[in-house]
Design a protein around this ligand. Structure first.
Ligand code: SF4
Ligand code: SF4
Length: 357
């Protein structure tokens, strides 16, 4: 658990929600209890033991996508409201509160190492001992094996050997659902497998996994045995080295949706655009809110599992900002899934790149 910054939490609790126009959960639910300052008030009162845990309170502080949209207008640079709300959720277990809808997913994590249940046994592939390890993340594993095939195909086209291990969930879902012990157990299991792999570099296409490995593992006192690189930066490097040579795409125009974590937590907005711009003849449409001012698709913090209706409403709001006459491209398995509505064509960046190389 991170350290609670009570001073900043109180600043937020007393703020008139300067960021209300950017908080997707407030925008689609209209519930003041889930407005940023409303959640901060609850979190502060829980920390000060002025409020007891119950399901309703846990539900309110769980209405955060960790999208960091509130940071766009927030005057308090030291405040990380989404992390303070994770701290609050981690305290909920000790307070005896549970979110019933996430219990089956927590059970899956405990039993199978994935929130989606039993893992696909064919996921372990590639060359044992290869220097590059590809970590797909459980959402791609369960719901979009095509993106994994695309990444594998790109490694092969670049003439690189890679391996995939029997990866467990990075631990992020367990953390945001309040089970710190389980999150750490999954993290330690992953670290053991990473060490055993002998790889020196791990490429991941999932921003939530990337942030957990690079941000949360060190906070938990866990040392990574290899270098972590995000897939957009890695594959852009292969394009620049001339190992991958894109030809014309089978589409004319794409609208790029910046995933919140890449854009606001990792400041990685240039690499995906550079990749798209290297594909001959492909026009890139910029959404009205893009780059670091992107808007969440509703998939942050596992909302598609915990609050599917709210997640879908947030996705529809975002879809209205993406060009209707273009295929949507994104660089996150959660975003892809959330935006797959209204008969829109949605591709992960690796899928687009593989189609052209
Ligand atoms: S996140 Fe920042 S802008 Fe939003 S309510 Fe809190 S203090 Fe105000
Ligand atoms: S991180 Fe996103 S969902 Fe959470 S309070 Fe801020 S804007 Fe709202």
């Amino acid at each position: 658990m991170g350290k609670v910054n009570m001073e900043e939490l109180l600043n937020c609790a007393l703020c008139p929600n300067i960021c209300r126009c950017e908080c997707p959960v407030l925008q689609v639910t209209g519930r003041e209890a889930v407005a940023p300052a409303g959640k901060a008030r609850l979190a502060a009162m829980l920390q000060k033991e002025q409020l007891d845990w119950d399901e309703e309170v846990l539900d309110a502080v769980s209405h955060c996508l960790s999208c960091r949209g509130c940071t766009i207008h927030c005057p308090f640079a030291e405040l990380s409201l989404c992390d303070e709300l994770i701290n609050a959720r981690l305290a909920a277990k000790a307070g005896g509160a549970r979110l019933p809808q996430v219990e089956p997913y927590l059970a899956n994590l405990k039993n199978y190492g994935s929130p989606y249940g039993q893992k696909n046994e064919t996921a372990v592939c590639g060359e044992k001992g290869a220097e590059i390890l590809y970590y797909a993340g459980c959402t791609s594993m369960a719901n979009n094996p095509a993106s994994i095939e695309a990444a594998r195909s790109l490694f092969s086209k670049a003439g690189l050997s890679y391996q995939m291990i029997d990866e467990d969930c990075c631990g992020y879902p367990a953390e945001i659902w309040g089970d710190e012990e389980l999150a750490r157990r999954l993290a330690e299991e992953n670290l053991r497998k990473m060490k055993e792999s002998g790889a020196s570099t791990m490429v991941t296409g999932c921003p939530e996994c990337w942030l957990t490995f690079t941000g949360h593992y060190p906070e938990w006192g866990l040392e990574l045995p290899l270098e972590i690189i995000d897939a957009p930066a890695y594959f852009l490097g292969l394009l620049k080295e001339g190992r991958l040579k894109p030809g014309r795409a089978d589409m004319k125009k794409v609208s790029y949706h910046d995933p919140c974590i890449w854009a606001r937590a990792a400041q990685k907005t240039a690499e995906p655009r550079e990749i798209i711009n290297k594909i001959p003849g492909l026009e890139l449409h910029e959404a009205s809110s893009s780059g670091e001012k992107t808007r969440c698709c509703g998939g942050g913090a596992m909302f598609q599992l915990s609050y599917p209706d709210t997640a879908a409403a947030i996705a529809r709001r975002r879809l209205a900002e993406l060009a209707e006459d273009a295929a949507i491209v994104t660089a996150c398995p959660f975003c892809r899934e959330g935006l797959l509505q209204e008969n829109r064509q949605v591709l992960e960046l690796v899928e687009l790149l593989d189609r052209t190389c």
